[in-house]
Design a protein around this ligand. Structure first.
Ligand SMILES: [Zn+2]
Length: 640
């Protein structure tokens, strides 16, 4: 695959200074560097209507009120725009927004047109700019804005106050912010947010003022992000939140009743930041805090800059699932600093991050812990390749074809684990030291910029391969990125401790359960054991297992998930209360979706269960999880 990548930035440079003088008011955008937009064919984003070559947004200033009664946000987004054309058309992404007015900086109406909506991409908002280079869009979000989940007090831990959180990735930010919602178009942002006075507003930026009491029993909060970021990284949460510091620049926010447990779980966070910096250079975002969300949060974590959003299912009580924090922290480099220009190259975010996560875990917790985690991920990759099968073999490529598809389709372990395995294979081939030096330099050279697969390969050839045909041949770079499946040179990190577990699992079928099973085993070993047991077990064997490993009362979400998969595969009825409780008490897609798939695979036994449990659980799930499970479980009315 050949591509020509050029930067469209230079053509705009003169226009930028000119426009900020004309507009008079200084903004963050006028002081921060404008990030380049890539314009090669491989950087064309099929999930955005934006045409940045004509006019591009460089800064978003939000002024919004959160209405918990109507589940809407209402106010304005003021956008700074770069364009060298005389009367350019600015094209924004919107989804479900009610556009009330579009004005220039002096308050004069600008002509605009909201195109018919596509169910996936939303509606293009086209604005005729004339000479304006700052536009204000006045709007209201829809009560079912896909990015925003409004929780009732009953859905929170405290049960007293409502809660709101956003999830922008991949293409959901457009449902609450009218802007160019493409990961390749980086923007600085600032925000003034009004919310009920009892609630705390947190955002993925720096708080620039203390909250101020305003009319209507509200407080006003101000945030800003001075670095240009992809729009999917603009994030907000509003709720009854408290904070505990964990170190000089780290801390945790969550509901007051959950704070002590969260702080204890995350005690190593400052160490993790130091480890990450020692690997790949300084942390460039100021603070690193984690917000532990209510259980409906659809992902494990979301790497919102300065403020990772995390699932409460990572709070295991024994710090055994903190690799999730290492992952989100690693995104401060891979993903947030160097970002996939389009969702077709999602692996540039996630494969790099999965690799980096493991390196952080190795540095903080040692080589054996890291090897166990990597080896479990290898299992995940094999499962994913098998699940995608021949029908979806194209989706086992790192560089994906997502035209006409939901970018969520690309969020599989191919991006994560095949991506990480690719990088691990390069490391093993060229040696850790030169590889680390290259990566550190790579993050520096591409900081705050978008990247494509072709761009990464070009960079690698320039700085690592340097014309060495034998090395190029040995690595097989193009096959890794553009071919399906797993290349033969893939490096599999094997854990000796897990091989031990494999032998125990094999012995189970012959010898039955031994009294000391799982004694002194850590989470990785328990998960591996459950996953390596024969898939067909008798009711008696399952009962023995449940007793020996305390599986009925297991609170560790990963172990619980592995157990429930095994139980469903064997139609083991005694585990059903546990299964139902798990599926209705949290909405993390990684757990929810496979369990519903497993139930549906059990035909007349599992399908009615799946439908009944899903009917009860669905109202509590986030739109991201609902969108995935809807494709698997028929809704009750249809299924009759
Ligand atoms: Zn990630």
């Amino acid at each position: 695959m050949k591509t020509a990548i050029t930067l469209v930035l230079a053509a705009f440079a003169a226009g930028m200074t000119g426009c900020s003088r004309e507009q008079g008011t200084a903004s963050v955008a006028s002081t921060a560097a404008v990030a380049p937009v890539l314009n090669g064919p491989d950087a064309r984003d099929v999930h955005s209507y934006a045409d940045p070559a004509v006019a591009r947004v460089t800064h978003v200033d939000l002024d919004l009120t959160a209405h918990f009664d109507t589940h809407t946000m209402q106010g304005t987004a003021t956008l700074d725009v770069l364009s060298s054309a005389p009367d350019p058309q600015l094209t924004l992404d919107t989804r479900g927004l009610k556009i009330e007015a579009v004005r220039d900086a002096e308050g004069h109406d600008l002509a605009f047109q909201l195109a018919p909506a596509d169910p996936l991409l939303g509606a293009a908002l086209r604005i005729s700019l004339k000479t304006a280079r700052r536009v204000q869009v006045q709007y209201t979000t829809s009560p079912d804005a896909a990015a925003l989940q409004w929780l009732s007090p009953a859905q929170t831990a405290g049960k007293q106050q409502p809660y709101l959180f956003s999830q922008g990735e991949a293409i959901l930010t457009r449902s609450w912010v009218p802007t160019q919602d493409s990961p390749g178009i980086r923007q600085t942002w600032s925000a003034t947010i009004r919310a009920p006075e009892a609630l705390t507003v947190v955002m993925s930026g720096e708080r620039v003022a203390e909250p101020k009491q305003v009319a209507g029993g509200q407080r006003e909060w101000r945030y800003r992000m001075e670095h240009p970021v992809a729009s999917y990284l603009i994030a907000i949460a509003i709720g009854d939140l408290s904070f505990q510091s964990l170190g000089a620049r780290t801390g945790v926010y969550t509901e007051p009743s959950r704070l002590a447990a969260a702080a204890s779980e995350l005690v190593d966070m400052e160490k993790m930041v130091a480890a990450a910096e020692s690997l790949y250079g300084s942390y460039r975002w100021g603070r690193y805090d984690v917000l532990v969300l209510p259980p409906s949060f659809p992902f494990g974590g979301m790497e919102n800059p300065r403020l990772t959003f995390a699932t409460p299912t990572m709070i295991a009580g024994d710090r055994s699932l903190v690799s999730l924090v290492a992952h989100e922290l690693a995104h401060s480099w891979s993903g947030n600093l160097v970002t996939n220009a389009t969702w077709a190259d999602f692996w540039l975010n996630e494969g790099f991050t999965d690799y980096f996560e493991n390196r952080i875990m190795e540095r903080v917790y040692g080589a054996e812990t890291a090897a166990m985690l990597a080896d479990l991920r290898w299992d995940d990759l094999q499962d994913t390749i098998k699940d995608l099968g021949a029908a979806k073999v194209g989706d086992t490529r790192l560089h994906l074809d997502l035209a006409g598809r939901d970018p969520d389709d690309g969020m599989t372990d191919i991006a994560y684990v095949k991506g990480a395995t690719f990088l691990r294979t390069i490391e093993a081939t060229i040696g850790r030291e030169p590889w680390d030096a290259y990566l550190r330099d790579y993050f520096d050279r591409h900081a705050f910029q978008p990247q494509t697969s072709a761009g990464f390969l070009k960079d690698l050839r320039e700085h690592v391969i340097k014309g060495d045909a034998a090395l190029e041949q040995k690595l097989g770079l193009d096959a890794w990125v553009y071919d399906p499946g797993l290349p033969a040179n893939a490096v599999h990190v094997k854990s000796a401790a897990l091989e031990q577990i494999d032998r125990r699992a094999a012995a189970f079928a012959r010898e039955g359960i031994s009294a000391d099973v799982a004694k002194d085993w850590n989470t990785s070993q328990r998960v591996r054991y459950l996953n390596r047991l024969p898939r067909k077990l008798s009711t008696r064997q399952l009962a023995q297992l449940a007793t020996a490993m305390n599986l009925d009362t297991q609170r560790n979400s990963e172990v619980r998930f592995a157990w429930l998969q095994l139980a469903v595969a064997n139609r083991y009825a005694p585990a059903l209360p546990n299964l139902e409780d798990f599926l209705t008490s949290m909405g993390r897609r990684k757990f929810v979706l496979p369990l519903f798939k497993d139930l549906m695979a059990q035909g007349e036994w599992g399908k009615p269960l799946a439908m009944r449990i899903y009917a009860a659980a669905r109202p509590g799930y986030h739109s991201v999880t609902v969108g995935s499970v809807d494709k698997v479980v028929p809704l009750a009315a249809e299924g009759q």
